[in-house]
Design a protein around this ligand. Structure first.
Ligand SMILES: *[C@@H]1O[C@H](CO)[C@@H](O)[C@H](O)[C@H]1NC(C)=O
Ligand SMILES: *[C@@H]1O[C@H](CO)[C@@H](O)[C@H](O)[C@H]1NC(C)=O
Ligand SMILES: *[C@@H]1O[C@H](CO)[C@@H](O)[C@H](O)[C@H]1NC(C)=O
Ligand SMILES: *[C@@H]1O[C@H](CO)[C@@H](O)[C@H](O)[C@H]1NC(C)=O
Ligand SMILES: *[C@@H]1O[C@H](CO)[C@@H](O)[C@H](O)[C@H]1NC(C)=O
Ligand SMILES: *[C@@H]1O[C@H](CO)[C@@H](O)[C@H](O)[C@H]1NC(C)=O
Length: 931
């Protein structure tokens, strides 16, 4: 669909600019043709889109996610694709100027308008504008816009072949599927990653506009940078919360402004509409393409925005009006919030040392001046094709994030900068988004054209998303400092200085000042996992002096990244990293049978079938290979070994049931491994490392395949997401077992901002549910008091001191009850948590059939689950395909006689309620049976 946007009249949504006095033609919708030399026909297409999706709609290809299409559809990747518009009617030839505005082109494009060459593009992440005034004046028909998209894999291969192309030491540049991704400014995971396919999508992935200025002195708003910060705030220093707020607005425009434009800023409560302030800007500055001004808002006038669990998500609509005398030239409304968010990487102070914090540097976030425990995970692209990522799907995903007791996501480089609608959802739900520039697991070129291209991308995106209060941090890339630089050091120590210099040129000297010039409210770090910096001197050529490996034993500095595929030590907590913050850790697992069925044929539903194996990209094929079984099988074997070491090995007679049981078993291992780590990291909040964050790898899946995700492609929760929800509760009780010495320690850990006290109950049962005599020598309960953001050891023993008749037939049930205030809440809440400990691996337990039963109560809409005759471990409620949602508890322990009421929260239902009949329940016992 196409329509004229008569902008003096229309106001679509708060975030769309009202542009006055010019014509804007939105070319989104149908009315496009897609063609290619590889296709002997043309197909109807739409914008925004990607070629694969138009081919799918036209019936030329099957679902790209089906079977081995990741490999089979490579003919699409290896050819050019042209999007041609229908003739564009009614463009005015008398306009002062006519522009093409592209909010995003993916990626290498040659643009023609009315058959004339307009320009080329080479960066997916930039907004592009082209003046086509002269072409239109000389166009003797209704103009057609044509966008010729080149094959990104072929183009980067050609760049790599050039004699002066940079080269890097062996092993530094991580290749997943197609090589040479570091030569392009395109989503890096489009060339494959260890959790995803390589489709290298291409097309106009964001809206396309024709903008006409009927006369001089009219402007079109391209982008708006709204920055709300404390007066005097400096990005890398803690903000002074007693200062008033500065609200700085800067509008990037196309067109020309009169000599002395004025600006007004009006701020209203987004919920009540109540006016907070309305002011004229005193000193409006006009520079090349931007008009900027600020106002001051009293310190306590605005209600603060808080992340979820720490207070309300108060939002304000900020309306910025640019005028020439009484005439409005442009008006933009951005929904924003008042908060400070700061990544504290400063050296540990004497005061902190006196509190028992180990020396070194801090590495934690502070919101509105308050340190907090960051709980969350890593966000990857939710689809290989961004144009089909719907708002509804992202609403459901963020619902799961909040329900999962998470308050922060790390938006990993190298996907794409998130669209505003995802930040909007995060603003509403209070999820902090640590955001990254798109550089990952490689070193990048540093020639001048490349740096200039990156600079434009950085400036555009920093300005575009800065108004979102959910924006928490800018990071310059992923794992480059922790993986790529050490590899250079190992491989070519003689060239280390050159490559570290190149790294700093791009990630520090170029990007840091660009971030700080465009936001005063957000901190910057050059790469995700880091030992932090020594000093910052903005006048130096390298404005941030990194600590790198200039470290002292016993000191802690930065955040940690931890993967260990040696499953023999997964539950040995002495192997986990000790640091200030854990930003990545994990292990892959299989998705459920339901999810596999969406993507593979029934004959392929086997653990090590060709299709299942080759969809496992851990380890990636490492090039154009489509049958690298050696790499994929290594990952399949790791999952198998994790199961075999600790859990009953499935041996069901029915092959599909056996497959399903195996998928589930890999999820049990994954979830227990993460649980063990999260408890360890959270306990660190009260240890010398003062550990203040745990973000596991990874939140969700990009497709249906084995991966580290906790949420499958269509939104189904794996065991992991339920477990994380439980272990991210504010106050938790956790056992820590050293299985070599027999030491058992129980800790209570809290991330509340006040101390709370209560009782821990500890109850030993055998697996039929009977109490163990004398509670095995453990007290039935003990009192605890745990400080703000702290941990306390409530019980320590050694298994040899306890009288447990049979360690394979025993379980210790732990539970706590306490009351306290959630941060910034006047009312008290009660907090409870249940946990357990078994003194043997699950595979060695002498399980008793719990005779589980699940009943649906039509009146309450809840399920009642009961174990009749034995302790049910990993009690697992399962729901059928066709509905998306989650149980409000799952994967829990149920003792005989206990009844648990469980609700299924429906987020999307295509079964008209029939899913209720197909809810099932099972437990670890069912992993041991043949039928
Ligand atoms: C393919 O697309 C690229 C980028 O637009 C362009 O440079 C190249 O000339 C195109 N090739 C053909 C055969 O159209
Ligand atoms: C932090 O401590 C290091 C020593 O570990 C010192 O070199 C550096 O100058 C200190 N930085 C600041 C900002 O005080
Ligand atoms: C120590 O830090 C400096 C920069 O501050 C860096 O050049 C050097 O390589 C570092 N040394 C080690 C061993 O990390
Ligand atoms: C993946 O396969 C390639 C090609 O056979 C090989 O060079 C590489 O070492 C493999 N990677 C892993 C992690 O197995
Ligand atoms: C899958 O294949 C790998 C490699 O051959 C093997 O080690 C593993 O045991 C197999 N897993 C299952 C569940 O059959
Ligand atoms: C148990 O503690 C000992 C001594 O601290 C340590 O060396 C060992 O790695 C620990 N083992 C486990 C499984 O935690």
């Amino acid at each position: 669909m196409r329509y004229w946007l008569e902008t003096a009249v229309a106001l679509l949504a708060p975030s769309l600019p009202v542009v006055l006095g010019q014509h804007v033609r939105d070319l989104s919708g149908d009315g496009w043709i897609l063609s290619s030399p590889a296709l002997n026909q043309s197909v109807a297409a739409r914008v925004p889109s990607h070629a694969h999706l138009d081919l799918l709609r036209a019936g030329v290809i099957d679902d790209p996610y089906h079977g081995l299409n990741d490999f089979d559809l490579r003919w699409i990747v290896n050819t050019n694709w042209t999007y041609t518009s229908d003739p564009i009617h009614e463009l005015s030839k008398d306009s002062d100027s006519t522009w093409l505005v592209f909010d995003g082109l993916d990626t290498f494009t040659t643009i023609e308008f009315c058959g004339q060459f307009v320009g080329t593009t080479d960066n997916q992440f930039r907004q592009w504008t082209f003046d086509v005034s002269d072409i239109l004046k000389n166009c003797h028909k209704e103009p057609v816009l044509s966008l010729n998209f080149g094959s990104a894999p072929q183009i980067v291969d050609a760049i790599a072949e050039k004699p002066d192309a940079p080269q890097w030491p062996f092993g530094v540049q991580q290749i997943y599927e197609f090589p040479n991704r570091w030569f392009m400014r395109k989503e890096q995971s489009d060339f494959g990653w260890d959790w995803g396919p390589a489709f290298s999508p291409t097309g106009p992935w964001k809206p396309v506009y024709v903008v006409q200025h009927p006369k001089k002195e009219s402007i079109y708003v391209l982008n708006t940078d709204l920055d709300i910060y404390r007066k005097g705030q400096i990005n890398y220093l803690p903000p002074d919360q007693s200062q008033p707020w500065v609200v700085n607005a800067s509008i990037d425009y196309l067109g020309s402004l009169p000599n002395n434009p004025s600006m007004e800023i009006e701020i209203k409560d987004a919920e009540s509409g109540e006016l907070l302030t309305s002011q004229s800007v005193n000193n409006v500055e006009v520079s090349e393409g931007a008009v900027t001004g600020h106002i001051i808002v009293d310190n306590n006038a605005a209600k603060l925005w808080w992340p979820t669990g720490m207070g309300n998500q108060n939002l304000y609509n900020v309306m910025i009006t640019v005028k020439d005398g009484d005439k409005k030239l442009a008006q933009v409304t951005k929904r924003s919030g008042f908060r400070t968010i700061f990544l504290n990487q400063r050296n540990i102070t004497d005061e902190q040392l006196a509190q028992g914090i180990a020396p070194g540097a801090n590495w934690h976030f502070e919101v509105n001046g308050h340190e907090f425990y960051a709980k969350g995970s890593n966000f990857i692209p939710p689809d290989a094709f961004w144009t089909r990522v719907s708002e509804e799907k992202m609403e459901r995903l963020f619902h799961a994030v909040v329900a999962g007791n998470q308050n922060m996501l790390r938006v990993w480089s190298s996907g794409a900068y998130l669209p505003d609608f995802i930040y909007d959802i995060a603003d509403e739900k209070g999820i902090l988004l640590w955001s990254e520039f798109q550089f990952s697991c490689a070193l990048y070129p540093v020639d001048e054209p490349f740096l200039q291209n990156v600079a434009a991308e950085v400036v555009y995106n920093v300005r575009r998303v800065n108004h979102h209060p959910s924006l928490a941090l800018w990071a310059g890339g992923n794992e480059i400092e922790s993986l790529e630089l050490p590899t250079v050091q190992d491989e070519e120590p003689e060239h280390f200085a050159k490559f570290i210099g190149d790294y700093e040129k791009l990630h520090i000297s170029l990007i840091l000042p660009l971030v700080y010039e465009n936001t005063k409210s957000i901190s910057y770090m050059p790469s995700s996992t880091t030992n932090g910096y020594l000093d910052i001197d903005l006048s130096a050529e390298v404005p941030m002096a990194e600590r790198y490996w200039n470290t002292t034993d016993g000191h802690y500095y930065g955040d940690t990244d931890f993967y260990n595929y040696n499953t023999s030590e997964s539950f040995d907590i002495t192997t986990y990293p000790v640091g200030r913050f854990a930003n990545e850790f994990g292990f892959h697992s299989m998705p459920s049978l339901h999810t596999w069925r969406q993507a593979v044929d029934p004959k392929d539903l086997e653990f090590n079938s060709t299709v299942v194996t080759l969809r496992n990209h851990h380890y990636p094929p490492g090039g154009w290979s489509t049958d690298n079984f050696a790499n994929a099988t290594t990952g399949m074997a790791e999952m198998t070994m994790g199961v075999e070491a600790y859990y009953p090995v499935p041996y069901k007679s029915d092959s599909v049931a056996n497959f399903s049981s195996w998928c589930h078993a890999t999820q049990l291992f994954q979830s227990d491994f993460y649980k063990s780590q999260i408890q360890f990291y959270r306990r660190g909040s009260g240890k010398p490392e003062r550990q203040l964050g745990s973000l596991y790898w990874q939140l969700e899946d990009i497709w249906q395949a084995p991966s580290w995700a906790g949420i499958e492609y269509d939104g189904r929760w794996k065991v992991l997401h339920y477990m994380a929800r439980d272990i991210y509760k504010p106050v938790i009780v956790s056992p820590f077992w050293n299985y070599t010495t027999g030491d058992l320690d129980v800790y209570v850990t809290s991330d509340l901002w006040e101390s709370v006290s209560g009782k821990v109950s500890m109850k030993w049962l055998d697996l039929s549910g009977k109490s163990i005599a004398n509670n095995a020598g453990t007290p039935q309960s003990t009192k605890f008091e745990v400080g703000a953001l702290n941990t306390t050891n409530v019980y320590s023993t050694n298994l040899s001191k306890l009288s447990i008749p049979n360690k394979k037939n025993a379980i210790l049930l732990l539970s706590i009850e306490t009351e306290g205030h959630m941060p910034n809440s006047a009312e008290k809440s009660s907090f409870s948590h249940n946990n357990y400990f078994v003194p043997a691996w699950p595979k060695d337990l002498e399980l008793v059939d719990p005779e589980l039963e699940v009943k649906y109560n039509t009146l309450s809409g809840k399920f009642t689950v009961e174990a009749k005759s034995g302790v049910s471990l990993y009690t697992w409620l399962d729901y059928p395909a066709g509905v998306v949602g989650y149980f409000d508890d799952n994967a829990f322990v149920l003792a005989p006689g206990e009844k648990r009421e469980i609700q299924f929260v429906v987020l999307d239902d295509k079964t008209v309620g029939n899913w209720v009949d197909d809810v099932t329940v099972k437990s670890l016992w069912d992993q041991t049976t043949r039928d």
